[in-house]
Design a protein around this ligand. Structure first.
Ligand code: SF4
Length: 263
């Protein structure tokens, strides 16, 4: 069981996205009402039944939209796969994300906070699917900045070259992967990350990175299920970053089956 602190960090700022989704629901209903009300004043002059027909069409469209958003909110609140979590994830990743980012900026929320919220939302939708893959189908992707800047060992390409001196989190991450028989790789950018994914063909990815890289990684990798874990940047961006190992272990235990011991 993960500690309360780690669990809180694992699902950060989910409420922000839910709040923005609620606002989106209200906006949809407001626009639908205006679209019905304004022409209906004139439509009645064309045919007396037209305002009712137009209103019915708009009501159905609004119900579908608000129903989808409500299902999404319910999935997030309950943590259960409410029928369509994969389709919901597709809608969120492909269509809702840009809209929610614009809406968030309009109400003065900064990009990092919005991206944290998006990552938390994505994680929740992936978790709701209750995926469990064998170790050979899982992949851990890390940013290069997790490695200690002063370390002379070149771990890009083969993280197992790390001699586990414990001066940075590569040591613990390599150990967590090795004891579970999971592939682990360091990607120096999006292009290399894509290349690694194409080569290894995983069915589940745990990615560690900053808000920006996780957001683009999750969106680029869709429909692959990716759980994003944010790194810590006490020394500024892209330099000697770290990660909560307990959080990484928790995600792996949740989504990767234990390595089978040959009898
Ligand atoms: S833990 Fe590995 S990567 Fe990190 S400083 Fe030590 S040898 Fe280098």
């Amino acid at each position: 069981m993960m500690s309360e602190g780690a669990e809180t960090r694992y699902q950060p700022k989910k409420r922000l996205f839910i709040g923005l989704l609620g606002i989106a629901c209200a906006v949809v209903l407001g626009i639908a009402f205006l679209l019905w009300w304004i022409p209906s004043v004139g439509l009645v002059n064309i045919h007396p039944a037209l305002p009712v027909v137009f209103g019915a069409v708009l009501a159905v469209l609004s119900l579908v939209l608000v129903g989808g958003l409500s299902l999404l909110i319910l999935t997030l609140l309950t943590g259960r796969d409410l029928f369509f979590s994969e389709r919901l994830r597709k809608i969120v990743i492909r269509y809702l994300f840009p809209g929610i980012i614009s809406l968030g900026r309009l109400v003065g929320v900064d990009r990092d906070t919005l991206q944290q919220s998006f990552i938390a939302l994505n994680n929740q939708l992936v978790r709701a699917k209750r995926i469990r893959v064998s170790p050979d189908k899982a992949l851990i992707l890390l940013p290069h900045c997790i490695q200690l800047f002063d370390c002379d060992i070149k771990i890009t390409g083969d993280i197992q070259k790390c001699i586990r001196c414990q001066r940075c989190d590569i040591s613990g991450l390599a150990e967590a992967a090795a004891e579970r028989g999971i592939d682990i790789a360091v990607a120096t950018g999006g292009t290399l990350a894509r290349k690694i994914i194409v080569e290894k063909r995983p069915r589940f990815i745990l990615a560690v990175a900053c808000e920006r890289d996780l957001t683009s990684g999750i969106r680029d990798s869709y429909p692959l299920p990716v759980i994003g874990v944010l790194n810590h940047r006490p020394n500024g961006p892209c330099f000697n970053t770290s990660v909560i190992l307990e959080e990484v272990r928790f995600v792996l235990d949740e989504h990767v089956l234990p390595v089978s011991i040959p009898s």
